[in-house]
Design a protein. Sequence first.
Lengths: 172, 103
Amino acid sequence: MNDKNVSKHSNRRPGQTRRTIVQAAIAGGLAGLALAGAAPLSRARAAADAAKWPKDAFSQKSEADAIKALYGKTPEPSDKVNLDAPEIAENGAVVPISVSTTLPDVTSIAILVSENPFPLAANYPIPPGTSPMVANRLKMAKTSKVLALVASGDKVFSASKEVKVTVGGCGG
Amino acid sequence: MASTIRVRAVAGGDTTEVQALVQHPMDSGFVKDAQGNLIPPHYIEVVEFEHAGKTVFTAYWGPAISKDPYIKFSFKGAQKGDDLTISWVDNKGTTDSLVGKIQ
């Protein structure tokens, strides 16, 4: 597993290879010492893996390209996707957004802000046993459409809402 | 050093509701400092929540997540007293992790 991490890292960010090796070595060493081999695998996995981050989708500058990079298909609007966002956000730096759905077999939820420099804000893979619901806080550069996407079965469904931003949250 | 992660996980019935806060600047790369220089991007990319050796929730974040991020989700199959491991890694390769108890 360490080898895999390192090679993925070096494809993406050559500068971080050494750090990854050192961290993996430390994590592995600690696990061995502390647990005497009781659960070394789960301990070694405790570090979040940056290699899994969908860099391509997060780098897209238009909503359509980000959706394409993330899911590769066109979302269908659905009233079974609930997007909870304020009508007016006075502070664009902290906009509370939550997404939930009654759709079955949900594998992923994504939130996009159309007018942000990088529209994809967050993507949450949903493993079996985890509720298809998430709440977080986003930055919004200006008044924009907020789009919630839910991958259910082999389709992608969406809901959107216009959020008015009084003071933008991206500086500049 | 105090952890950057604060977590509250409460088991109720068969689902456990998790709320977590991470201390992190989440710099987007578009904001200028007092001297007018752009502050380089610095944000968390991946957060993982593990219970009993299984990843129960993963967050992939971009720079549009607010400073000191908040996240809420819920999952099935945990008992009161179980461990929940939270870890994050940012775009500079910094990581932190915490083992919390489910209440």
